[in-house]
Design a protein around this ligand. Sequence first.
Ligand SMILES: Cc1ncc(COP(=O)(O)O)c(C=O)c1O
Length: 492
Amino acid sequence: MSALQLPDELFAGDVALSQRDGHLYVEEIAATELAARFGTPLYVVSERALRANAREWRRAVAEAWPEGPTLVMPSLKANTSLALRHVLNAEGLGCDVFGLGELELALRCGVAPRRLSLNGATKDTATLTRAVAAGVRVTLDSADELERVRAVARDLGRVATVRFRLRPWLAGSEAPSDFFDDLPAYLSVHDYRAGMPPEEVEASLPIALGAPEIEPTGLMAHVSRQTVELGFWAEHGAAMGRTAAQLSRANGGWRPRELDLGGGFAVPRDPTARALPRRADAPPAPSPAAYLGELTGALRAELRAGGLDPAGIALEVEPGRAVYGSAGIHLATVRHVKHQARPLARTWVETDTSETFLADTMIERNGWTVLLAGALDRGERAHAAITGISCGFDVLAEAREMPRAAAGDLLAFLDTGAYQDTTASNFNAMGRPATVLVSGDRAEVVKRAETLDDLLARECVPERLLPDQATAMPPSTDRTAPVTQRAASEAR
Ligand SMILES: Cc1ncc(COP(=O)(O)O)c(C=O)c1O
């Protein structure tokens, strides 16, 4: 899918985006109206799409696993906006959190502790204490962490509910990892430190079962968005089933109460790794039902083959990007189109956003679907790259033939609802953009843009370094105005 092109099927199945008289609409509001009201750059999330994604995942997992209860637990890291989390609470979804900050956000948003899973690398005592005291399930990352949870539980006089996070061996699939140029996904899973190898879980489970202060409820594994090849996902389900059955046999018929298959499911238009030649024209990602069919079919078969009846075991999944991603778009304004004839012929469509605010351009080598939001039907074409405002190369879309963009045009980057806000930075002293939630014909700011005062709030200049007149910053501008939007309006 190319930047600024509009294939007929682009909005297929999309409950939020539509095309009306050449304009992109988010639910009932034109993107150009959102830009005029709230400024750019801007993250926009459709409540209707977020709810639809939540419901589709709930339905798909329940249909794929009639054996027992099911729970969808989107990762908070994908989008920490509290308003969006309240929407997901209302949709009956649990939540995966990583570390103390996310745990605190989820608890303050009212996510029920039993519907939370606390992940994290080397969780410290403060984090474990908060989780155990609140009754949150701790997903263990090492045998060492089991000992530390035991100590915390004993100190609190509580029983800690824990699950073991597996680092599974999925060598039955040769699928290449989309995160690397030449590494199979099954090895890429082992290039990432999270989780415990099966032997470590085997050694730890008997200890947990014998500890009165610990209640081991099951297993969890997250293999991340390595690939969309369904054979890999079947391997993931199979490995979980094999490990669970083997642990059951080795521990007097222990039955896990829950098995959690993590996240890593692509969004339908799937921008991930489209910079890789083999991914450039990849078809839409598998549906939730397709992923879950593969996972549960293999899981069920291996549980049964290993003598562990799946009936009654709860199944959980943690789709982060797949719940938030397609619900969001990012709006940016073209400020200038710059041409260079020699020594390299270049046309740069210069925008007021940045890879700093669309970080998966770099992290996951995304190829965004970019639309001319106020002129979807523009026929005139040009060869150009879309660039950002930072001092980096900041190429948001590689040079290609696309509808001709001009200063003042509004661009919409699709599928930016997951990870773009949470990984945005303040490079070049840029304030991070606001997020607006659209619901029908209503649009509300749910995260305001950062002001210069926000950026300065962490600075502490020792008195001795200040010049006589004391101020490090001339108070000539309104420092409470959003940094990026003020800069944009000054430039126009
Ligand atoms: C433990 C865990 N679960 C779920 C997710 C969500 O992944 P995704 O957004 O790719 O679905 C992550 C992401 O890193 C994770 O670490």
